[in-house]
Design a binder for this molecule. Structure first.
Ligand code: HEC
Length: 317
């Protein structure tokens, strides 16, 4: 549904596409895509909640949960969680739990392991926890193996690398397509350049913060803020796009021009081609570049002539 009925000399070449230029079917496609992505994002938030909440032992998602996810808990190791939880029934004597917990709290040293802990594990745990019968379970037959679950871990480097590459590929696509639609908005171009870049920058920052949080737990705040910023800027792009697609006023460049503006456009276009437009009492005279001066009295004719010169010039290029 082109709203641009006026013939435009200059802007025809330089004008960018806006939502008013988009066909109804493309609007429907864009709208459904944006709605699907928006819904997907809400489910991603819910998923985030369920995977990270209560990592710190308390219901609900908190900054502590994020610190534990990426940095690891300083208070609770996997071994402690196991012997106070699902693995507890495997201990023959309840008192051995306290022996293990005390050893963990004292720094889980090798000497302490040899002296007090290995007899317990060898008796109650290694039946299952040995590499020969269950290679996927923590190996509790050696100090090295036990050490892996006896020190707080957080996200492992390979796990972070895996999630990062999936995240970058997947999200970059989503952000690109949302941004591509958003480019059709009519707004201050500087503002638009910034808004289009924000979600990508937030994504880079978010992923960098995952890795840093592994070593410095306080960076969990950056993880949360960058993630939030990405979500907000993405949501903003979606809402602005949906609004402008269905409710915005026509692009200023597709408004009819005043008589003076139309003459000014012809003048500028002709000057670009090396011609000169002189106003006379009865109309205009076009001269220059070895052209016989042409007299024109009607504005429509002036525009048509200007355009024919533009086309001819174009064909010579
Ligand atoms: C009957 C076999 C069996 C015995 C005996 C056993 N475990 Fe396990 N253990 C498992 C299985 C199976 C898993 C994996 C459970 C899961 O991933 O849900 C596991 C998981 C673990 C984990 C890892 C939990 C995590 O964070 O992923 C630890 C630590 C652990 N056991 C410690 C122990 C200790 C300590 C003992 C001895 C007191 C013990 N286990 C005895 C079968 C056993």
């Amino acid at each position: 549904m082109p709203t641009n009925q006026t013939f435009r000399i200059r802007t025809m070449k330089t004008r960018f596409r806006r939502f008013n230029d988009v066909s109804m079917s493309e609007r429907i496609l864009n709208t459904l895509f944006l709605l699907a992505i928006g819904a997907g994002y809400l489910f991603a938030l819910a998923n985030l909640y369920y995977t990270h909440q209560a990592r710190d032992g308390e219901a609900g998602l908190s900054i502590k949960d994020i610190m534990i996810a990426y940095h690891g808990a300083s208070s609770k190791t996997r071994l402690e969680a196991a012997v106070t939880g699902i693995m507890e029934p495997n201990l023959r004597y309840k008192s051995d739990k306290d022996v293990i917990l005390r050893w963990l709290r004292d720094g889980a040293t090798e000497a302490g392991y040899q002296e007090r802990v290995s007899p317990i594990l060898n008796r109650d745990c290694v039946v299952c926890h040995n590499p020969a019968s269950n290679p996927t379970l923590p190996n509790l037959t050696t100090y090295e193996g036990v050490s892996e679950v006896a020190h707080a871990g957080g996200a492992s480097l390979p796990a972070l690398v895996r999630v990062s590459h999936i995240h970058l590929f997947g999200i970059a696509f989503i952000l690109y397509f949302i941004g591509r639609i958003f480019l059709l908005c009519h707004m201050n171009p500087v503002l638009k350049r910034i808004i289009v870049a924000i979600p990508f920058l937030a994504m880079f920052l978010d992923i960098a913060a995952w890795f840093i949080t592994r070593y410095f737990p306080d960076f969990a705040y950056v993880v949360v803020m960058a993630g939030g910023l990405m979500g907000l800027s993405m949501g903003g792009q979606i809402l602005i796009s949906l609004y402008q697609m269905w409710f915005s006023a026509p692009h200023p460049a597709s408004q009819p021009l005043s008589r003076r503006e139309r003459v000014a456009e012809c003048k500028m276009a002709l000057e670009e081609l090396g011609h000169e437009l002189k106003e006379t009492a009865h109309g205009w005279i076009i001269a220059g570049l070895g052209l016989e001066p042409v007299k024109i009295t009607n504005l429509g004719d002036l525009e048509a002539f200007t355009r024919s010169l533009q086309i001819r010039h174009h064909q010579m290029d």
